[in-house]
Write a protein that binds this ligand. Structure first.
Ligand SMILES: Cc1cc2nc3c(=O)[nH]c(=O)nc-3n(C[C@H](O)[C@H](O)[C@H](O)COP(=O)(O)OP(=O)(O)OC[C@H]3O[C@@H](n4cnc5c(N)ncnc54)[C@H](O)[C@@H]3O)c2cc1C
Length: 373
């Protein structure tokens, strides 16, 4: 019987495996990819899609087509858990898929603990594809008059989302909404002052209200309640309080890191089950905690491709080295960004132009996989 490779999620870390599916299948292996969406959306351009700089088509990758055109099987479903002893993956709809080797790139999610149930005007900043729907709703709201948009969280995705809501409203040329950010401590507290102050000043100049030391206790359909007891009426709310790795590893009883991500060794391999690999936001790298940024997911690609093949073929694995400090650029809407690379930090139009160029180039190379099939 053919050995079966199962990919959980078609995210940034699976790009090279997806690009090489035909060759993997030609070698005599069966491949199944399981994911909740026919497309994978590139997060780096998500806030830009919200602001209207990019279309949905600009920022997405046709995972299902790429898999099926190369002879693989695509299962449109969400993985609920793994049974590592039986080597089985269970989907939310109850399907069971047996594997010889499984690689997990199921990403991360936004905890919605402070939100009571499903609210039609409250959007987590992930999954990225939902930002399109949020933009459509916002446009309708902006047309109806003055609106109040709240963003819960004080990290980079919160700053990017607030800046791009501003851009979206500005381009509609109607009354500007009141946009507020609620940061638990300081805005962009995990970044050097040189970055923080630039982001702060760009957003502030546009009239975006930045509430610092303002932890949110509860979100209702039309208001934000702070720990301090203050409430802020809101017509639309974005949730950006930070991401958590996919829950599938903890519920499967697999070894996980302190953040509940799949605990992997230097081979990006489960520390207990050698046939389980993982990359991107859903893992906890045992050697050193890695930031939840797409850069690491992308850097993990060649190692994951090599190691899943080596595992199928009984060959030696290679180690993952996270690499040097990465370039950070935040898209704050209105054609402005803030760039940081080592000691170099600057804000303004050039930072956005560089990000736009890099992101479009990255997406072109990603989408080229679809076009060559
Ligand atoms: C608004 C925003 C902007 C960001 N901008 C940047 C940036 O500019 N640069 C940067 O480096 N990082 C950025 N990040 C961080 C970046 O999003 C993540 O680090 C990156 O997406 C991780 O890639 P991933 O493939 O692991 O996860 P994801 O991009 O989350 O992909 C996971 C994939 O798995 C699928 N999936 C999810 N759950 C399941 C399941 N249960 N079963 C099967 N499949 C599943 C999803 O559909 C998705 O296709 C940003 C994050 C946000 C929220």
């Amino acid at each position: 019987m053919k050995k079966h490779l199962v990919l959980v999620g078609g995210g940034h870390a699976h790009m090279m495996i997806l690009d090489n599916l035909k060759q993997i299948i030609e070698k005599g292996f069966k491949v199944t990819v399981i994911g909740p969406c026919d497309h994978h959306y590139y997060s780096g351009m998500g806030p830009g899609m919200l602001g209207g700089t990019y279309t949905r088509e600009d920022i997405r990758f046709a995972t299902k087509d790429v898999v099926t055109k190369q002879g693989g099987t695509f299962v449109l479903d969400r993985v609920a858990r793994l049974d590592p002893k039986a080597r089985e993956v269970y989907t939310e709809s109850g399907e069971k898929v047996k594997y010889d080797v499984v690689c997990c790139n199921a990403g991360s999610y936004i905890p919605m603990d402070t939100v009571p149930g499903q609210l039609d005007n409250t959007y987590p900043v992930k999954p990225i594809e939902k930002l399109w729907e949020a933009a459509e709703k916002l446009k309708a709201l902006f047309k109806s008059g003055e609106t109040r948009v709240s963003v819960v969280g004080g990290g980079p995705s919160s700053a990017e989302v607030a800046g791009n809501v501003w851009q979206l409203a500005k381009e509609m040329k109607g009354p500007m909404p009141e946009i507020r950010i609620f940061a638990r401590s300081r805005l962009m507290s995990g970044f050097p002052e040189s970055v923080r102050s630039r982001v702060f000043s760009i957003l502030k100049k546009r009239g975006i209200h930045i509430h610092e030391q303002a932890p949110v206790k509860e979100v209702t359909r039309d208001s934000i309640l702070l720990d301090s007891g203050r409430t802020f009426d809101s017509d639309f709310i974005f949730m950006a309080p930070g991401v958590r790795p996919s829950t599938i590893f903890e519920v499967s009883g697999l070894p996980v890191g302190p953040d509940k991500g799949l605990l992997v060794n230097t081979y990006l391999q489960s520390v207990e089950y050698p046939e389980i690999f993982g990359g991107g936001d859903c893992i906890y790298f045992q050697d050193q905690p890695l930031n939840k940024v797409g850069v690491y997911a992308v850097r993990e690609n060649p190692v994951l491709l090599h190691n899943v093949m080596a595992s199928l073929e009984g060959k030696a694995l290679v180690e993952f080295h996270p690499g040097p400090e990465y370039l950070l650029i935040f898209n704050l809407g209105g054609g402005a960004g803030v760039l940081k690379k080592k000691g170099l930090v600057f804000g303004g139009r050039l930072a956005f132009i560089i990000k736009d160029y890099i992101d479009r180039k990255f997406m072109k190379s990603f989408q080229a996989i679809e076009k060559t099939l």
